[in-house]
Ligand binder design. Sequence first.
Ligand code: AKB
Length: 326
Amino acid sequence: MTFFILLNLLTFNQYGYMTNTILIIGAGGQIGTELTQKLRGIYGSNNVIASDIRDNKDLSASGIFELVDATDKGAVENIIKKYKVTEVYLMAALLSAMAEKYPAKAWDLNMNSLFHILNFAKEGLIKKVFWPSSIAVFGPTTPKEMTPQETVMEPNTVYGISKLSGERWCDYYHQKYGVDVRSVRYPGLISWKTLPGGGTTDYAVEIFHSALQDGQYTCFLKEDTRLPMMYMDDAITATVDLMLADKPKQYKAYNINAIDFTPKEISEVIQKHIPDFTIEYAPDFRQKIADGWPASIDDSVAQREWGWDATFDLERTVETMLKNLA
Ligand code: AKB
């Protein structure tokens, strides 16, 4: 087992050296920040190039950092060639709430950045790609409870449409050109290191900041809106484990599950730690997005095929968030 994991950490670059050089695009975002730290721990700081459209002091202090716009094909290609990159994690995206406000920009960023990377892989410039999908690929006609891996998929959001199209393109490049591209469908992610930006599940992070700062939170979703969520450590483990698994015969954007809760339920767990904490509800346009998403996810395929298993329940997530943010 250890032998195979070590083998997966190594690939041959164009000069025949055994090496694995990783480029993370969108490294300054909520997932990218922690993914960069994790991968630098595994592969060494000099082998993990962080890049983002915005400058990031922490990422440049801990290793190589490049400023890049993910839609700029030439600029991304230059970085890949400069560092002889073998693997790309494409984390740059406009999330669900922002995408509703800027549909054309969301389509441009979410789709064209993916095409560039898939084409680099098709041409043999890079060997492996991670591309994040989301529970947003599902829609109002999808079964809401324990949503299966394969089911009705009719997303009604700009973001969901871009993620489902992205999944289909990844599958196409895998089948037609043998591109090694891997994906998970992230649920809402909870972390204390970096704030999320522009998503519908962002309330599940904002609530902790407001609870500690103001003792009060006004939630933009109704109290009984149940959504699938995950603590960031689990999401990073899923990402890294999937990338270290054997080369898949088939492309699949895997459902991954950890916890699901409503705003009321998470507020009650926070109240166990901060008894005076209060919550109010003022649903806005994000309610409609959330209403079209699953309430819980069936991830049995990921469990079976590459041993996925989450470790953070709601109590542990709340405890970890409050301890670190305080
Ligand atoms: C969002 O809320 O848009 C994201 C997601 C579920 O992909 N967190």
